[in-house]
Design a protein around this ligand. Structure first.
Ligand code: SF4
Ligand code: SF4
Length: 164
């Protein structure tokens, strides 16, 4: 997840990514990316910030969101301090991308590239627009989410969305 700061919006992040080497993801391995390139790959969908539960080796996503996820922008409200703010917030690094069972959504750019797929045509690095993720129905925006502060039993909130 990427950062939410005052006067910072998803399009600003996409515009900054336009300064990077064109189509860097096509000829560089994930392990060779710069920090800026790695960050630019995140499509900002927010889906990694849903709570998951693992039952018998299978990860199920729920529609219970992290308390720090901004539902409108799908950005983290505490990105710079997220590991202090949320003790089970996971860094999205190579180990996370390759972890089994998979707990990142199958639309996640890191997971796609690491598994031999190209970026989808709605990805901001392809379209130049943060909004394309929302328009394609791939972000959490406009979904019926509930904050983790309001639920006890995550099992009642398991979802089977196609893009998870
Ligand atoms: S699931 Fe992947 S692409 Fe989507 S916000 Fe998380 S890290 Fe970024
Ligand atoms: S603190 Fe919550 S919203 Fe922020 S990145 Fe971590 S899981 Fe996502």
């Amino acid at each position: 997840m990427n950062e939410l700061q005052e006067e910072y919006n998803p399009q600003q992040r996409v515009d900054e990514a336009k300064k990077l080497e064109p189509e860097f993801w096509k000829h560089k391995k994930l392990e060779d990316l710069s920090k800026a390139e790695w960050e630019a790959l995140c499509d900002g969908c927010g889906k990694c910030c849903l709570n998951k539960i693992e039952i018998k080796g299978k990860v199920s996503f729920t529609r219970v969101r992290c308390r720090f996820l901004d539902c409108q922008s799908c950005l983290c409200k505490v990105y710079e301090n997220r590991f202090e703010a949320m003790n089970d917030c996971r860094d999205i690094d190579l180990a996370a991308v390759r972890e089994q069972p998979r707990w990142l959504p199958k639309t996640c750019a890191y997971w796609l590239l690491d598994n031999g797929y190209d970026l989808p045509n709605w990805h901001p690095l392809i379209t130049g627009q943060a909004q394309s993720v929302v328009d394609a129905g791939m972000s959490l925006q406009n979904r019926e989410l509930i904050s983790e502060t309001k639920v006890d039993d995550y099992e009642n909130y398991i979802v089977d969305w196609q893009d998870l």
